[in-house]
Design a protein around this ligand. Structure first.
Ligand code: AAT
Length: 292
């Protein structure tokens, strides 16, 4: 590794590593769950790193946070109760603030240090915690979902890190079963589902499990985030209702029609056209997923 540079080396992207030039290290501590680092980069603003893996940079976080939030929320008419698992930086909460129909937002993040560090170093992201509808619980999302009341959530967003470390259980069958239990009929779940360039086997596995468990509508969508491995990341959109009732490709709750002060804050990536386009897959991906 070149001195003065951060390189993201990890088992989920063998043989490659994205590097960012470090202007100044700002935070470096071991939490109960992971190694938490923040640094000022030369060209991407401040960067949050967990166990050596980039979670967000100030320059490109909006693509991921807007997409993982509005893809599911805009697929439900009048969403009222939302659960966020992970996402302790608050970016998903910031995006949920645009939706006036929401009455209550539960968030279960495993690591208190992520919340504290975001509040200290990423005010433009952690601003989401100021939404009075937010109820923050520090704990394991797997356990939280196990104990959640059945059929209460309109939307569940799983903004999780990669399946090595504390997020492993968020990629396993019992967790997806509990997702279907906690959603109301017609509710929608959206989970972080990795990169088409690096993780086709994971995507295939998650799609297979989710199709089996949800039975209704399950679709993979993706977006571009330059500082995530391979520059793309995707989401699994799931509902127990079939495409006649929940059609992910056509937003039923279009963001352009929401007129509140919060919603007037300009979006930087998401719009209804991008929403529909996110489900269009390149041929090699279609081929890999065609039998599921
Ligand atoms: N929005 C920034 C992107 C993230 S954050 C992922 C969050 O999930 C972290 O704050 C982490 O502490 C939390 N987390 C991990 N495991 C659990 C768990 N079991 N329960 C609750 N929260 C958890 C994702 C970045 C994706 C990176 C792609 N390479």
């Amino acid at each position: 590794i070149a001195p003065g540079w951060f390189s993201e080396i990890g088992p989920m992207w063998p043989g490659e590593a994205r590097s960012l030039k470090v202007e100044k290290p700002l935070f470096d501590k071991q939490s109960d769950f992971q190694h938490v680092q923040v640094f000022q980069s030369e060209t991407y603003g401040k960067v949050l790193v967990l166990d050596g893996v980039i979670q967000l940079t100030e320059r490109d976080e909006f693509s991921y946070q807007e997409m993982i939030t509005h893809l599911p929320v805009c697929s439900v008419k009048d969403p009222k109760r939302v659960l966020v698992i992970g996402g302790g930086d608050g970016g998903v909460l910031r995006e949920l603030s645009r939706h006036p129909s929401i009455e209550k937002i539960d968030m279960c993040e495993i690591d208190k240090m992520v919340v504290e560090v975001s509040k200290e170093f990423f005010p433009g992201v952690s601003v989401g915690f100021k939404d009075p509808r937010v109820n923050l619980v520090i704990g394991d999302g797997v356990k939280f979902l196990q104990d959640a009341e059945a059929g209460i959530y309109d939307v569940i967003i799983v903004d999780s890190s990669d399946p090595v470390g504390p997020a492993e259980g968020l990629f396993q069958k019992p967790f997806y079963l509990n997702l279907t239990r906690a959603l109301r009929p017609g509710g929608v779940a959206c989970t972080q589902a990795e990169s088409i360039w690096l993780h086709l086997p994971i995507i295939k596995e998650v799609l297979t499990i989710c199709s089996e468990i949800f039975k209704g509508s399950v679709s993979y969508a993706w977006t571009s985030v330059p500082t995530y491995p391979s520059g793309t990341i995707g989401f699994m959109l799931c509902s127990t209702e079939g495409p006649e009732k929940v059609n992910f490709r056509q937003p039923i709750n279009p963001i352009e029609e929401i007129v509140t002060e919060e919603a007037a804050r300009p979006l930087k990536y998401y719009n209804s056209e991008v929403h529909s386009a996110a489900f269009i897959l390149p041929q090699f991906v279609k081929d890999a997923l065609k039998d599921i």
